[in-house]
Write a protein that binds this ligand. Structure first.
Ligand SMILES: [Zn+2]
Length: 70
């Protein structure tokens, strides 16, 4: 598994719940789904949560939306 540098791209691939970072967390451009814990949400929201990770408060409003059928 390739490990990515810490940059905007990997931020958008990082799970804000368990911290798992993997390219496969982003099955499609606009969607995030953690391969480890299953947390899912809009990718821009996930990236935004990661950016604000120190606040530890932003993720609460994302309520595990059911991902669209592949
Ligand atoms: Zn996760």
């Amino acid at each position: 598994m390739p490990f990515l540098e810490v940059d905007a791209a990997s931020t958008s691939q990082r799970c804000p719940r368990c911290g798992h970072t993997e390219r496969a967390n982003r099955p499609i451009r606009d969607s995030f789904r953690c391969r480890r814990c299953g947390l899912a949400g809009p990718a821009d929201v996930v990236a935004g949560v990661n950016v604000r990770d120190r606040a530890r408060s932003a993720w609460a409003f994302v309520t595990m939306p059911v991902p669209p059928p592949a």
